[in-house]
Design a protein around this ligand. Structure first.
Ligand code: AMP
Ligand code: FE
Ligand code: FE
Ligand code: ZN
Length: 290
């Protein structure tokens, strides 16, 4: 059984539609994927339709999920951004619907401002066109601006756009005001779901939380931690594995697939079946599709 619990579709900053994502997963020999678009559950319906269309014959089952942008103290006195994977929650939970909608609106206005600043400095991006090309009410993100910069010939890859302009230390980076992580854990728990801290030791993305902070989140109801992730080196994986054992957090592994916006293939990292079982047993909000 091969399970990848972290993927993105065109409903956020991936390049496969949810239906294409299922085909990509099947071609990669996966049995289960989680659809974890940033700050939206809009892709769940298409994934469900696609699984139903194949009349139960879809080789791939889908864990409905999302990746929530959260603010968190890093344990060293700084406020930072962390990503929280949420699975198997009730998507109609009112507090969650409202907060996700606020985050998406904020993402779009922030993306527009970043693009406008670049346009004013002479970069070949058109902020209005960029926004018009996003699905309505979708969570725009820096990868969309990165692709526009690739299209305009400024950089040769989205990675290069991050390295040169869009990363958290970059000249055109603008912050967001995300959901406090305790509140996000509470909202998902109240909606019957489970939360897993995404790529906590991915140092190349920016500042990270300490192990003490992960312990404190576990006390607050966090259920799992992403151990195997493309942005974790061997030392990070070893330490997170130890922490998961000690704190009784469910260890997961995932590719964080974003289609052609990143170089990682789907299924490049996987989650042990017993980890998925533990997450399913602790959730009541919705069920695996298929
Ligand atoms: P945003 O959601 O606008 O804050 O942008 C962050 C997203 O950009 C993450 O979810 C990743 O998908 C992507 N990302 C972060 N760092 C990089 C990078 N170095 N290269 C390509 N994509 C990245
Ligand atoms: Fe992303
Ligand atoms: Fe993430
Ligand atoms: Zn992700």
């Amino acid at each position: 059984m091969r399970i990848d619990l972290h993927t993105h579709s065109t409903e956020s900053d991936g390049t496969d539609t949810p239906a294409e994502l299922l085909a990509t997963a099947a071609a990669a020999g996966l049995d289960v994927i989680a659809l974890t678009d940033h700050d939206t559950t809009a892709g769940w319906a298409e994934a469900e339709r696609e699984v139903l269309r194949t009349d139960g014959a879809s080789p791939v089952r889908v864990v409905p999920g999302a990746e929530l942008s959260c603010s968190c103290q890093d344990g060293r006195g700084n406020a930072i951004t962390v990503h929280l994977l949420a699975y198997l929650f009730d998507p109609s939970s009112r507090a969650l619907v409202e907060e996700q909608s606020r985050l998406r609106a904020q993402r779009r206005s922030r993306l527009y401002s970043m693009a406008l600043r670049m346009a004013e400095d002479g970069f070949p991006v058109d902020p209005d066109r960029l926004m018009a090309e996003l699905p309505a009410d979708s969570p725009g993100g820096r990868p969309h601006l990165g692709r526009a910069l690739v299209g305009g010939g400024t950089v040769s890859s989205v990675d290069e756009a991050f390295d040169r302009y869009l990363g958290s230390g970059g000249e055109y980076y603008l912050p967001r005001s995300d959901t406090p992580v305790h509140r996000a854990i509470d909202m998902i728990t109240e909606a019957g779901g489970v939360t897993v801290l995404a790529h906590p030791f991915a140092g190349r993305r920016g500042p990270m939380v300490t192990a003490e902070v992960i312990g404190e989140l576990a006390e607050h109801g966090l259920r799992g931690v992403e151990v195997d992730h493309p942005d974790h080196d061997a030392a990070a994986r070893a330490e997170l594995g130890r922490l998961a054992d000690e704190l009784e957090l469910v260890p997961t592994g995932s590719s964080d697939y974003h289609g052609t916006n990143k170089t990682i293939g789907i299924g490049q990292e996987t989650t042990p079946p017993e980890s998925l079982d533990r997450l399913v047993r602790q959730s009541t909000g919705s069920e695996i599709i298929g």
